[in-house]
Ligand binder design. Sequence first.
Ligand SMILES: *[C@@H]1O[C@H](CO)[C@@H](O)[C@H](O)[C@H]1NC(C)=O
Ligand SMILES: *[C@@H]1O[C@H](CO)[C@@H](O)[C@H](O)[C@H]1NC(C)=O
Length: 512
Amino acid sequence: MHIKCILLFFCVFVKLSDNYKILAVFPMHSHSHYTLGFNLLEEMANRGHEISLISPYPLAKPLKNFRDISVASIKTAVEEIKKNLFRLEGGTPIDNFRYMSKMGRAFTELSLATEEVQHLLKSKEKFDLVFVEHFYNEAQFAFGHHFNAPVVLLSPMPSSILNNHLFANPAPPSYVHNLFAPFTQYMTLPQRIKNFYYNIAMTFYQYYDELPAQKKIMEKFFPTAPPFEEILYNSSIMLVNSHPSFSDPVPHMTNVIEIGGYHVPPVKKLPEDLQKFLDESKQGVVYFSMGSILRSHVLSKKKRDSLIKAFSKLKENVLWKFDVDVANLPPNVKILKWVPQNDVLAHPNIKVFVTHGGLLSTIETIYHGVPTIGIPVFSDQKFNIASSVKSGYAIKVPFEEMTEPNLTNALNEVLNNPKYRENAKRRSKIMHDQQVKPIDKAIYWIEYVIRHKGAPHLHSAALDLSWYQRHLIDFAVYSVLITITLIACLHQIFRLIISTKSKSIIESKKKK
Ligand SMILES: *[C@@H]1O[C@H](CO)[C@@H](O)[C@H](O)[C@H]1NC(C)=O
Ligand SMILES: *[C@@H]1O[C@H](CO)[C@@H](O)[C@H](O)[C@H]1NC(C)=O
């Protein structure tokens, strides 16, 4: 009996600690999108799950429990498309949306067509879960149906017009700003009108262009799949890259889960020379990095000289991430081609981070409580920096205004006014004050969906209503009709009463 119990317990235990097989789909040819997937999947592999990752960035060295399904072959084709579509970037929010939608289609189709993915689709492999980065690639949700596994989505951004409709997640345009528009949650009337207009225009574009195109792609690559609409609205949950420490507090359905901050890995040891440089910078360090955007060919000589001049005036040292060496640098400036950003930001001597304001950099700087000077180039960077400025830990210097006096002013202000650092620290505290660490939360929810074989109990009834039912428009029409009928009836009744009264008055007069 005892042995039976122990055996049973052992079986249950072994079953519970089963490692799951997960197919992850991250087709975007963009390093930050890849990082958002990889940092989570690496941790899952460490915890014993078996990961197969479709992405254009195969691992440099093999990792336990980790298999690449490389679609690196799409890179050349994607570069070509990027060139043709580049002119759309920087236009209106709607142009931006269209641009990314066109890019997304290319990624979706090209990656599905690769030999590696075709090979996988023809295999008889089994997966417990399909984990898809959702970014204009709805056709790829069909991996879930193909492998008979529930689907979890990851949004690389906060919840937005792109994904709210998938879960009927409420986003009233009165206080939830369209993620592609340069507003905050506090909007004036003209802004709210614009916000509403952007939502409507993007929704139309989505329904009449983006989704039909994705539907075609799905039907081409998954010919036996059920109707696209069934696949589209059947994901179990969505993890979203947001948190009130760096994004607006907005409504979320139970199956839309905020995990912002999860991608920041534990701090690692710095290379020796870099550690020494930071330790010995007793006056502090200005860390300057514009990600992979600001390469030497973008930075004109004039701009480069103004940067160097502004840096040379500082008593602080400067760590500059740049892809080429620069001659005649002032003695307080060190250029490195590659910088372990997260580990550098964790160093106590870092006084300010001069950044392009990408979402990942913004999250990392809040994580470590470092104030910033934001030099935005593209659209989402502008919004991230606007939000950082509003939160009081950043100053914005537009790229076109990046002159020596402007930079010097901004640096002096952030370095000498303690308010920026205090606000950054305050935000950092908010990010760290959570019941569970964001990465544990993310992994918990992914395992939750596997344990329950999907999450139909989190499916909101709102998804099964038509748009006019969900917004009570049928009720409004009904109320208006009832009111009109009532008024008409009352009108008739009054007329009747008045006419009988006047008749009786006339008649009584006649009698007299
Ligand atoms: C929808 O998801 C559930 C749970 O993962 C699954 O059982 C079902 O087959 C899916 N339906 C379609 C049409 O893929
Ligand atoms: C940069 O300098 C110009 C000219 O002095 C000024 O008009 C502009 O407001 C400055 N911009 C910032 C962000 O300080």
